[in-house]
Design a protein around this ligand. Structure first.
Ligand code: ADP
Ligand code: TRP
Length: 330
């Protein structure tokens, strides 16, 4: 059994990309019986957020949604990053072995600054804090989406540098894990779906706005009887990611793209595909959607989950941080 750790920034509502890239892996690994740490990355969100109420609300909602999706606190320690101060303590020790050239190479920083985010030092050193998240509780495996692979490589690099510069065996080198058939999901505008880009689909939305959101997905202008390319279509890619590449419903949808008469004499248009995606989201997420309201009404339970999760994470992190301090001479 391995120790698994991952986190998601509380910069907005969880979306289908987070689910397919990350959360579904958490659920699979939990079902396999691994020891799990899953947290809300509030300090990472702070590199871009300036609205305290929105940050607080998003953090709380993410914890509720982790539970609604099916994370089980009996097996998975669920916590918020700012409840584990050992992580920020470790981030400093790691920063002292991190060459600036390593941060200069991080693509997520360049992407975000390119998209107009403020180039603050927190955003620049973001991967160091992420390395501390992972190394503090000594995780073996980090399930993430494709865009995070470089951050896990940076984590390994920093862990190895620290061990060799202080000639001590303090950190284990973790590995990343991608979902089978992992791809970065597109948002309603066809760009990478991201909380920061306002193009997400939230599986917990009420039916009416959810349908409207899905009906608003950008497509080309092909008509009902035209042959369409499923591989480049946002609707199809979302459908395939949720249902699975080998699911008969996915193959059936691909067939209709390639031969619209399979739907019937009136052909098969993007409106039909959007309706199929809407129906899929409602069935696939029926249980989490039903569980969520009850969880939201029980804030005392959420507090208790977070308290226990933080205690477990702090216990594990303290051991590593004390060893790291000792190794550097403190
Ligand atoms: P966001 O970009 O929405 O802020 P995060 O950066 O917090 O999302 O990502 C949380 C997790 O979800 C990470 O493991 C990330 O790789 C995964 N993820 C985010 N967006 C996508 C996407 N569009 N497709 C697949 N996985 C994604
Ligand atoms: N950077 C990650 C993201 O944007 C969130 C994150 C922070 C994370 N710390 C982590 C993911 C540690 C995995 C492990 O998705």
């Amino acid at each position: 059994m391995s120790r698994i750790l991952s986190g998601i920034q509380s910069s907005g509502q969880l979306h289908l990309g987070n689910y397919c890239g990350a959360i579904r892996q958490f659920l699979d690994l939990q079902a396999q019986g691994h020891e799990m740490f899953v947290f809300v990355a509030t300090y990472h969100a702070l590199t871009a957020m300036r609205d305290p109420l929105a940050l607080r609300a998003s953090c709380r909602q993410m914890v509720v949604d982790y539970l609604a999706f099916g994370l089980d606190p009996a097996q998975t320690s669920i916590y918020v990053q700012h409840d584990v101060p050992e992580v920020t303590e470790l981030a400093w020790l790691l920063a002292c072995v991190c060459p600036t050239s390593l941060m200069d190479k991080a693509v997520s920083y360049k992407d975000k600054v390119g998209k107009g985010f403020s180039a603050n030092v927190g955003l620049y050193t973001y991967p160091i804090l992420q390395a501390a998240d992972i190394l503090a509780p000594a995780a073996d495996v980090v399930p993430v989406g494709k865009d995070q692979v470089q951050h896990i490589e940076i984590t390994r690099d920093l862990a190895g540098r620290f061990n060799s510069e202080f000639n001590a065996d303090v950190f284990k080198l973790p590995t990343h894990r991608l979902a089978p058939d992992a791809e970065l999901l597109p948002g309603v505008d066809g760009e990478k779906m991201s909380k920061s880009y306002g193009n997400t689909i939230d599986p917990f939305m009420d039916e009416k706005p959810l349908r409207k959101r899905i009906m608003g997905i950008k497509t080309d202008s092909k008509q009902v009887n035209d042959v369409k390319d499923p591989q480049t279509c946002t609707i199809f890619r979302l459908f395939r990611a949720i249902a699975g590449v080998n699911d008969p419903r996915t193959r059936d949808l691909a067939d209709k793209y390639l031969d619209p008469s399979k739907q019937g004499p009136d052909g098969f248009g993007y409106g039909h595909a959007k309706q199929a995606l809407f129906d899929l989201v409602l069935t696939h997420f029926a249980e989490p959607r039903a569980r969520r309201a009850g969880l939201m009404a029980d804030q005392g339970y959420i507090d208790e989950v977070l308290k226990q999760g933080a205690a477990k994470a702090r216990g594990a992190a303290r051991i590593t941080v004390d060893r790291a301090r000792h190794a550097v001479g403190l």
